[in-house]
Every structure is written in structure tokens, then in C-alpha cells.
Design a protein around this ligand. Sequence first.
Ligand SMILES: [Cu+2]
Length: 144
Amino acid sequence: MGLLSIISTALILISAPLVMGVDFPISVGLDNGFTFTPTEIFPVIGDTVTFTFLTRNHSATTTTFTNPCPPPTGGIGPNAFDSGFIDAVSMPGSTFTTTILDTEPHFVSCSQAAGAHCRLGMTMSINPTADMTQAEFFNNAVND
Ligand SMILES: [Cu+2]
């Protein structure tokens, strides 16, 4: 390949429109509940997840499947995330967005009240599997 065609190929690649991922919206605390809605999503790499905090003061924090409550500060594992505490009482509708960087399951709960919200079942799963389901994650949380 000649230099000119390499350059023109590079220019075409640079000028191509960015392929944007899909955003998966999650409501946090809908109707004053200790909930994420929906409770499971199946994004692919490059997609985003936007948590919108509607009520109370919650976090969206990655945690372990087996002992979820409370989630560790900063989240856990590769590509962990943690919104930190977001006060929807004073700032209803505040959002936290994270980008999906892998195909692994990620289990999300709220770190508020030393895990009390988590133990109320405030959970959701990103790419849960047949072996690691949202239903089982929920059960692990309420029994933790
Ligand atoms: Cu909470």
C-alpha cells in the first residue's frame, strides 16, 4: 500500500462518524422505593448506563455477588464503579453515567446506611448469567 493510500485510509477512518453506544437508563428510588428500575440490563462494550436518582440519598456501587452488603467504597473488581452518595432530596434527577468496558457481569447495590438499603434488596445486575442471576443476587443481598 502506498503512502498516499495509507494517508487517505487514515483520513477516512478519522472522519468516519463515531459509533455511539446505546444508553441504558436506570431509575434509582422510583416512587420512594429502595429499588433500581429495571433490575437487569444487557449492554455491550461501549454502551453506557445512566442512573437517575429520584428520591432519598442513594448510591449505585458495584459489589460482590455472594456478599453484596454493603458495597465497598469505590466498587469492586475490574471496571468497578461507584456513584458515591447522591442526594436526590436536594437535587432530584441527579445522574451518574458509567461506560461498559467489558462483557463481565456487574452487580450493583446501594452503599447507604452501612448496607441497610442493600439488605432491603436494593440491587440490579448488568449482564447477569445463567449461573449468576439477578434473582440469586437479590437473595444474597437480603440474606447478607
Ligand atoms: Cu440507598
